[in-house]
Design a protein around this ligand. Structure first.
Ligand code: CMP
Length: 138
């Protein structure tokens, strides 16, 4: 079993479609080890996305991620990291495969509805960024 961090982003929470996304997650066989709704401050968003700090979209991305609430989840499953990335689809909803969450719900490259860890190293940074060990349930 392994774990990945998922975020339901502001565009999806604002449109009240987080339940539909969670249904897709559970239907795909993930179990939810932890989940909470939070409002990120701008510095908290910047800390989460620090690997992108030199990218031209960094400021806009952090403004967007802190504009309203997000739902952060820890998902557990065999091959959790690649399987969640496959279910999300490509970063840009326009090129995301049909049947993926970003294809179905994403609005744009930035407002792409969901995030997922891209490697075990990023999951090891991202999960403890939001959750302590006692909050993770088997
Ligand atoms: P995410 O998987 O959360 O990782 C970084 C985010 O930056 C990405 O999804 C998009 O929401 C956003 N983003 C905005 N512009 C770009 C871009 N040109 N390339 C990649 N990600 C981008």
């Amino acid at each position: 079993m392994n774990r990945t961090l998922a975020i339901i982003k502001p565009d999806a929470v604002e449109r009240n479609i987080s339940g539909k996304i969670i249904d897709r997650i559970e239907s795909a066989g993930f179990s939810i080890a932890a989940m909470k709704k939070i409002l990120l401050s701008r510095p908290e968003a910047e800390g989460f996305y620090y690997v992108h700090q030199e990218r031209p979209f960094f400021a806009d991305l952090c403004a967007y991620m802190s504009r309203s609430a997000v739902i952060v989840l820890v998902l557990e499953k065999e091959n959790a990291i690649p399987d969640w990335r496959r279910l999300m689809g490509a970063t840009n909803p326009d090129s995301a495969e049909s049947g993926t969450i970003r294809n179905e719900f994403g609005l744009s490259l930035e407002e792409n509805s969901v995030h997922g860890s891209d490697s075990p190293e990023s999951a090891n940074y991202e999960i403890p960024y939001f959750f302590s060990r006692i909050e993770l349930v088997q």
